[in-house]
Design a binder for this molecule. Structure first.
Ligand code: COA
Length: 276
């Protein structure tokens, strides 16, 4: 098996299906996997034939978190230099994914532990299988949830739920994860891929520039005051206008007001009629 095989991907109908691919190690994130994932994101991000990225896991796991042997023990054996390097590599691709050019969907098919919450949060949307299991196992082996994970649960969950996961190390299943809003939806495993495809296809009908600016805005405004956010959003829309060479918003208005060919309240304008 080549080192490249720890991440697999295919592009189909404008959806990039990317998979953690160390099923025999429950897709634990090793330094090799982290480096390869960064390369794969790089390869896919600006491809014209990619409009949405889905991140799934091969086998029974989505990801069993950081690889305790290769990510922790072996890098610690190299001293601080090794530790910092492996942290940079993993945090690097999580960050890259958070700000990815295209919308992203976590397709959580199975185990999702600890460090796995990093890419889970990095994906814009998350859909899981009812019986997938989520947990912060860190407390079970004697550490706090680092690598941004504590921040992830505080941002995504109610304080009591974040505290519960963190202190007990107990698992919740996909249904509970949806109830707690750690993910958007939970569906039976045999419907997971179809449901993710449906959501991806819905995203593909939207203006891609608007999607990128809107998803970044969601992540940015949380820490801003109202006035800062208001100002930021005005400037971001103006920047979006510059980037959107199709003049999408004008076309969207035209198709509704002049052409009367769609209703914005009920769906997106026809992207294919836009000029560029
Ligand atoms: N780091 C390193 N190796 C891991 C791993 C991890 N996070 N998760 C699983 N593996 C390895 C196991 O060591 C085992 O390797 P081996 O076949 O060489 O013995 C292999 O993957 C299969 O794991 P196993 O425990 O037999 O699978 P399972 O299906 O019975 O259990 C889990 C799955 C995920 C519950 C269990 O592997 C586990 O608890 N993993 C650790 C989760 C964790 O704490 N992650 C760290 C968060 S920061």
């Amino acid at each position: 098996m080549s080192e490249l095989d720890v991440v697999k991907y295919r592009v189909e109908d404008r959806i990039a299906w990317v998979y953690f691919s160390r099923p025999e190690k429950r897709n634990a994130m090793s330094p090799t996997l982290n480096r390869r994932m960064a390369e794969v994101l790089d390869e896919l991000e600006f491809r014209d034939d990619v409009g949405v990225l889905v991140l799934g896991g091969e086998g029974t796991a989505w990801s069993a978190g950081m690889d305790l042997k290769e990510y922790f023990r072996e890098t610690e054996a190299q001293g601080l230099k090794g530790v910092r390097k492996s942290q940079r590599e993993s945090y690097g691709w999580f960050r890259r994914l958070r700000w990815f050019q295209k919308p992203t969907i976590a397709m959580v098919n199975g185990w999702c532990f600890g460090g796995g919450f990093g890419p889970l949060f990095a994906c814009d949307l998350a859909i899981t299988a009812d019986d997938a299991k989520f947990g912060l196992s860190e407390i079970n082996w004697g550490i706090l949830p680092g690598g941004g994970v504590t921040k992830v649960v505080v941002d995504l969950l109610a304080m009591r739920d974040a505290m519960w996961l963190t202190l007990t190390g107990e698992l919740i299943d996909g249904r509970k994860a949806a109830e707690w809003r750690l993910v958007n939806e939970s569906v039976p495993l045999d419907r997971l891929e179809a449901r993710v495809r449906e959501v991806a296809q819905l995203l593909l009908t939207k203006n891609p520039v608007a999607l990128k600016f809107a998803k970044d805005a969601i992540r940015r405004v949380g820490t801003m005051t109202y006035d800062e956010a208001e100002d930021y959003l005005v400037r971001m829309q103006e920047a979006a206008n510059f980037h959107d060479k199709s003049d999408g918003r004008k076309e969207g208005i035209r198709q509704f007001i002049d052409e009367k060919s769609y209703k914005p309240g009920l769906g997106a304008y026809d992207l294919s009629k836009a000029s560029a």
